[in-house]
Every structure is written in C-alpha cells, then in structure tokens.
Design a protein around this ligand. Structure first.
Ligand SMILES: C[S@@+](CC[C@H](N)C(=O)[O-])C[C@H]1O[C@@H](n2cnc3c(N)ncnc32)[C@H](O)[C@@H]1O
Length: 332
C-alpha cells in the first residue's frame, strides 16, 4: 500500500474515533445511537456514510452519488471500518447501499451474523430494530429529543401521530401518560411494526387506534367524525405518492397544516417537523403561518426541533441542516 493510501486510511480512523469520542457521554443512557454522521463528522470519503449502534449490532448506511454505482466505500475503507467497529466490541453489522435515485436493495451483512430483529431501549422507550429483510432499522435517531419531550409532556393528552412510521413517537406519548394515541401511516408493514412497538412497551391496545391510510383522506374523515386532539404530530417525508395523488413538502405544506389544524383542540399542541433540505426554514415558517391564518389560529413556540448533537452540521453547508420544525401551542 502506498503512503498516500495509508494516510487517507489514517484520517478515516481518526474521523471515526473523533465521532465516537464526541458521543462518549451518551453511551450509558441509550442502546440506540447514531455513532457516525458523515455529512457532519467527515470531510472526506466517509461524508457519504452514517453508522448506527443498536446494542452491539450496527447499521451502516452508504449514500451513493450519481447514476452509476459510485460506491463511497472501496474495499480498503470497508476493511478499516470493520476493524474500527470490531475494536468497539461490535458483534455484527449490516450495510445498506442507498442509490441517489430509486429504492435501495435490502440491507446485507457486512460482518458477523446480524440478528433478524432485537428489542432495543432508548431511555424508557423500547423499539424493535430489524437488520435483515428490511431497508431500514425502524427508528429515526434524529427524533430522539422529541421522544424525550413527549415522555415528559404528554400526560393525559389525546394524541394523533400522523406519518407515524414505526410509531416511536406514539410509544413515547403513551409512556408519557397520554390517555389515547391514534397512529396513522400509509404503509401497512410499517403500521404493523408500530403496533408491535406499542405492545412491546406494555401499552394498552384499548388506549390506541392504528389507522392504515392516506393522511389527505383520513384527516378530513377525522374532522367529519368531530374528533379533536390535544396534540397532533406532523412529520411527513419530502414527497409521497398514494392512490389519491402525490404531495411534496416543497409545494404542499400549507394544505398539510390546514388539515392538521382542523382536528387540533383549542389550546392543543401541534408538533410539526420536516426533513427536507430543499425547503428553507423561512419558507416552512411562512407556510405554517399561512395555514394558521386561514384557520384563524395563533401559536406560541414551545420548542424548536433541530438535529441533535449526534447529527452534526457542517459550517457553510445549509443542506447539512435538514431537520427543522417546532412544537407549537395554540393560543385561544
Ligand atoms: C419521515 S417518516 C416519519 C417518521 C416518524 N415520524 C418517526 O419519527 O419515526 C414518513 C412516514 O410517512 C408515511 N407516509 C408517506 N405518505 C403518507 C401519506 N400520504 N399518508 C400517511 N402516511 C404517509 C411513510 O409510510 C413513512 O412511514
């Protein structure tokens, strides 16, 4: 191996160790952690990867660039990565190669024997994490602070969690003492996973409702049912297609929020969050404002939603700050 290749492997090891050290104080509080966030933790080839730790098993996500198979990780880099993870007592890892466009293939073993699924604790919340026969582990680690906030604030609330994915925010609200939680998602397998997570935490099925369906079909339906919620959670993907059409956060934030406000109780709490790097904070703020005015509602900001320290951003790169939102309290 030549000296240049050696020094680039050294810098890779240095970046991995530096990211690990940054999170040192967090390991004792949780079994689930993003231990490496390339867009903020790396200036080199590793800026295209993320690594998540679930107990002693790991997910490596690799974002490919361009149309061709331009892998971030050559064999030498992969070997360095595996050695690093083994030095941290990792028992196995899977890797997901995410193309710039289109759907990735399922995750595959990088080393060791990954389990099919394990129950992992993040503070008081337990979640099923899958490693095999899946394209995603089942937990968005960037919403960890929001789960903590719900654990501390959801007492006695009737909650509607839309775009709920595997329902980790529903679980946090339920464990936080919510009186009832409705969990809505378009994907049936994901909604089933949300129900498994609810049951894993010993939460009661009669204090929950799981709705498989489209947000734009179900929100008007809940309004017609005259349902009002003390808390509505709105965390849509950047774009989505259902049998009723296609929406994107770039175009449809006003109508998304209007539908949520139609079922929000007076003095209710609206949690709104997007993970769209292409929508600026000011556009998001102005669209939420337009929806609020059209529904004659006003709000105070209880909390800003931002990336946690485990998802560092890069100075001068606004796109690395993709997660944005607010916890808003309606004023009557
Ligand atoms: C960004 S994830 C939400 C993450 C979740 N809030 C969490 O913290 O775990 C987006 C979810 O929206 C769901 N989804 C996409 N389009 C939808 C639609 N039209 N109606 C309801 N759910 C939808 C997807 O199936 C996916 O589970």
């Amino acid at each position: 191996m030549n000296a240049g290749a050696n020094s680039s492997l050294n810098s890779i090891r240095h970046e991995l160790e530096a990211a690990w050290k940054l999170r040192d104080a967090l390991f004792s509080h949780t079994e689930a952690l993003r231990v490496f966030h390339g867009p903020g933790d790396s200036l080199g080839v590793l800026s295209q990867i993320a690594i998540e730790k679930f107990q002693d098993h790991y997910w490596v996500i690799e974002w490919e660039k361009g149309d061709g198979p331009q892998k971030a990780l050559g064999d030498a880099v992969k070997k360095e990565l595996i050695e690093f993870l083994k030095s941290k007592a990792a028992r196995s890892a899977v890797i997901l190669e995410r193309p710039e466009r289109g759907v990735p293939a399922e995750a595959k073993a990088l080393f060791g024997t990954p389990p099919e699924k394990i129950a992992v604790s993040e503070g008081r919340c337990k979640v099923w994490i899958r490693f095999l026969n899946t394209r995603h582990p089942g937990l968005f680690m960037d919403h960890s602070p929001l789960r903590l906030w719900l654990l501390e604030n959801a007492r006695d609330w009737k909650v509607l969690n839309t775009f709920a994915y595997t329902g980790s925010l529903s679980v946090a609200a339920g464990l936080g003492g919510a009186s009832h939680v409705t969990t809505l998602d378009l994907s049936k397998p994901t909604l089933n996973w949300a129900q498994e997570n609810w049951e894993l935490n010993g939460l009661k099925l009669d204090q929950s409702r799981f709705i498989h369906g489209d947000y734009f079909e179900w929100l008007p339906r809940l309004k017609r049912e005259k349902q009002l919620f003390d808390c509505v959670i709105l965390d849509p993907p950047s774009s989505s297609t259902s049998k009723n059409g296609r929406f994107s956060t770039a175009k449809d934030l006003v109508k998304l929020h209007e539908a949520a406000l139609d079922v929000l109780a007076p003095e209710g709490v609206l949690i709104t969050s997007i993970n769209s790097a292409n929508v600026t904070l000011s556009k998001f703020e102005s669209d939420v404002g337009l929806a609020a005015r059209s529904r004659k509602r006003s709000f105070e900001v209880l909390r800003e939603i931002q990336q946690p320290v485990t998802f560092p951003t890069k100075l001068g790169d606004p796109k690395s700050r993709y997660l944005k939102g607010w916890v808003l309290k309606a004023l009557e």
